[in-house]
Write a protein that binds this ligand. Structure first.
Ligand code: NAD
Length: 273
C-alpha cells in the first residue's frame, strides 16, 4: 500500500471529533451518580440536555447548575421509570426529539434470590430493562429518517457475577446487553449508533446507600465482597462517575462513528484479574 504524504487524515478537526454542539441528549437517572456525571460531561461538550429522574429536588439543582455553568438548554422531566404509561406520556409531549439517548437509570437492591418475590423481580426488571426497551423503541420510532445515538448502561455483574444477592440485577443487565446488540444489528443501517457501557465498581450515591443499608441490616457479606473487589482491582482505585462519563462522551461523539453493538468495559481492569 502506498501512502500519499500530501493527504491529511480524514476527520482532522480534533475538537469536532468529541464535540456535541448542536446536539440534544436525553439522559435518564441524571440526578445522581453516573447519570449526573454524564450530564455534566455532555454539557461540557456543548450538548443541550433533557434530564429524567424520579428525584425532583436534586435534578432541579443539577439542571440549574449546568445551565449557569455551561450556558446550555436543560429541560427536566420527573418520571418514575417503573411506570410505562409515564414513559409514553413523556414521549407524547416531548417537544425536541433527542439526537442522543442514554439509558442510565438503574437500581441494584441486594436481595437473596430465594426471597425475590414477583413484585421485587418485576420492579427491578421494569426499571432496569423494561424502561430501557420502552425508551429505545420510542426514540428509534421517532428518528427513523435521521438515525441517532443510543448508549445503554450494562454492568460487569451481567458478565461475571461477583457480589452476592444481585442475581435479578445481573439478569436485567444481561438483558440490556442483549437488547443493545439486537438493536445495533437491526438499526445500524438506518443511521443508529447503539452501544453499551459496562462499568465496574463506581463510587456513587447509589453504591454508598447500598453500603449504608447493608451496615444497618448487618449484611456483612457485602463488605466482604467489597474488600475482595478492591484487592482484585489492577488500577488500584475504585472508579469515579466521570470515568464512565468520559467513555459515554466517546460513544456519543463522532470519534466512535464506526462503533456498533459494542460493550465497552470500564472497570479498572477488574475482569482481567
Ligand atoms: P445512583 O443510584 O447513584 O443513581 C441512579 C439515578 O437514577 C438516581 O438519580 C435515581 O434517582 C435515578 N432513578 C432510580 N430509579 C429511578 C426510577 N424508577 N425512575 C427514574 N429515575 C430513577 O446509581 P449509579 O451507581 O450512578 O448507577 C447508574 C447506572 O449504572 C445504573 O444503571 C447501574 O446499574 C449502573 N452501574 C453502576 C455501577 C456502580 O458501581 N455504581 C456499576 C455497574 C453499573
Amino acid at each position: 500500500m502506498t501512502t500519499n504524504t500530501n493527504t491529511r487524515i480524514q476527520f482532522d478537526n480534533f475538537d469536532a471529533l468529541l464535540s456535541l454542539k448542536k446536539k440534544t441528549a436525553l439522559i435518564t437517572g441524571a440526578a445522581d451518580g453516573i447519570g449526573a456525571a454524564i450530564a455534566e460531561r455532555f454539557a461540557w461538550a456543548g450538548a443541550n440536555l433533557i434530564l429524567i429522574d424520579i428525584n425532583e429536588s436534586t435534578l432541579r439543582e443539577r439542571a440549574q447548575r449546568l445551565r449557569k455553568l455551561y450556558r446550555i438548554k436543560v429541560d427536566t422531566s420527573f418520571i418514575d421509570l417503573v411506570n410505562p404509561e409515564a414513559i409514553m406520556e413523556f414521549w407524547k409531549h416531548c417537544k425536541v426529539i433527542p439526537d442522543i439517548l442514554v439509558n442510565n437509570a438503574g437500581i441494584y437492591p441486594p436481595r437473596d434470590f430465594t426471597d425475590s418475590d414477583k413484585g421485587f423481580i418485576d420492579r427491578t426488571m421494569q426499571i432496569n430493562l423494561g424502561a430501557v426497551m420502552d425508551m429505545c423503541r420510542e426514540m428509534i420510532a421517532r428518528r427513523k429518517k435521521e438515525g441517532g445515538v443510543i448508549i445503554n448502561m450494562g454492568s460487569i455483574e451481567a458478565k461475571t457475577p461477583f457480589k452476592e444477592d444481585l442475581s435479578v440485577y445481573s439478569v436485567s443487565k444481561a438483558g440490556v446487553l442483549a437488547l443493545t446488540r439486537s438493536l445495533a444489528r437491526e438499526y445500524a443501517s438506518q443511521g443508529f449508533k447503539i452501544n453499551a457501557l459496562v462499568p465496574g465498581g463506581i463510587k456513587t450515591e447509589g453504591t454508598s446507600e447500598m453500603a449504608r443499608g447493608a451496615f444497618l441490616k448487618f449484611r456483612f457479606n457485602l463488605f466482604r465482597d467489597a474488600a475482595r473487589f478492591s484487592q482484585r482491582l489492577p488500577v488500584g482505585r475504585v472508579g469515579q462517575p466521570d470515568d464512565i462519563a468520559r467513555m459515554a462522551l466517546v460513544m456519543a461523539a463522532p470519534i466512535s462513528d464506526y462503533m456498533s453493538g459494542a460493550e465497552v468495559t470500564i472497570d479498572g481492569g477488574f475482569l482481567t484479574a
